[in-house]
Design a protein around this ligand. Sequence first.
Ligand SMILES: NC(=O)c1ccc[n+]([C@@H]2O[C@H](COP(=O)([O-])OP(=O)(O)OC[C@H]3O[C@@H](n4cnc5c(N)ncnc54)[C@H](O)[C@@H]3O)[C@@H](O)[C@H]2O)c1
Length: 438
Amino acid sequence: MIKKGVKIAPAKGKLGVLIPGLGAVATTFIAGVEAVRKGLARPIGSLTQMGTIRLGKRTENRVPAIREFVPLADLNDLVFGGWDIFPDDGYQIACKAGVLERDLLDSVRDELEQLRPMKAVFSRKYVKKLDGPNVKRGRNKWELAQQLKEDIRRFQKETGVDRTVMVWCGSTEVFLKPSDVHSSLAKFERGLKANDPKIPSSMVYAYAALSLGIPFANGAPNLTIDIEAMRQLARKNNVPVCGKDFKTGQTLMKTILAPGFKARMLGLDGWFSTNILGNRDGEVLDDPESFKTKEESKLGVLEHILQPEVYPELYGKIHHKVRINYYPPRGDNKEGWDNIDIFGWLGYPMQIKVDFLCRDSILAAPIVLDLVLFLDLARRAGMRGIQEWLSFYFKSPMCAPQLYPEHDLFIQLMKLKNTLRYMRGEEMITHLGLEYYD
Ligand SMILES: NC(=O)c1ccc[n+]([C@@H]2O[C@H](COP(=O)([O-])OP(=O)(O)OC[C@H]3O[C@@H](n4cnc5c(N)ncnc54)[C@H](O)[C@@H]3O)[C@@H](O)[C@H]2O)c1
């Protein structure tokens, strides 16, 4: 039966995109959108810009572009702003990041130069390898949150945007576990006023955004919005949220390959992953405490896909190691090696080697774009709290506390597309297809 779908407010007016952390990913995203707007390049890797969605039966031949099927904001309506601990403008940041070629950056130079980072909420306690001068001062974290809210309101007023979303593209913070101060909104707000050390800078941004009804996506593996206090705030203010940690290079490969092994009931003895990268992200991750946050995010993937408790013979004893090595000569052009020890029929061992010469920010930028557009859509569709259908984009997808996360890229994609079908009152696609043979 076809349902009526969800009421979605139109995407009228401008959409503000606020980014804490104007580094390599953020500027590659913004420069890319500007270049696409000018017709200089194509938005490759973006599902919202390039993807289609099949509707109804295979015989119906209805395959619209996703951006025509659901009312997404137009790229021309995006307006950018953000915060960083360094005062460089967007053009200087992008030049230093060294991801995009100078020719391309020069063609969008005016737009990038207008991007001037607001003063950040930052403490070295949470990112040990960094320090910068463009930082707010305040008596406590509550006061800093109020300053962020003022920044946001000023940005909204000056740019005249109708709606706003926030995407954390800041550095990876040290590893934190959920604790008492995170367990309710009331405790969290008391913690802000008492300068609780368990509240890192990223949570102050998230709190400011959600308090103002602004959807928030977390591109790093930090805890940030994955705590009960933020879930309560998101519900209270009807705000959609999603995270954590953009799924880009090596983990993307893992969530493509592992479901394939499981589908064919091939066993796995071990998976050794190592990387070299030389950008600032690599430098931050050279600190063991920030690396621990990343490591947790990267390690969870295999266990959830392979389900060792269901298949102890195949996946009961996996040696899974992840290494990240800071190696400056490579800059943003990371190289990730995987050695995968699998076994097949009668237990015979085999090996697979993957050498992925990727470009970190080139893989991350279209994810930022899709999250901006889909979160804005979710907000207009009245969806609030964790948006599990956006798991597709994350290494460590957030989900309801009683659930385990879904990591399989193909299930994630099906979930995403079925959510879009649901929004528009189209039938879910189950792939049963018996009717074609009646
Ligand atoms: N590029 C990828 O493929 C990828 C994939 C997954 C996750 N990530 C995560 O995305 C984030 C950004 O990556 P990147 O390569 O752009 O790193 P980057 O170092 O180039 O940029 C991060 C920026 O955040 C700023 N920053 C740090 N703390 C801040 C704070 N409290 N407030 C405001 N600004 C702050 C830094 O000064 C820096 O400019 C990192 O956490 C990274 O782990 C990246």
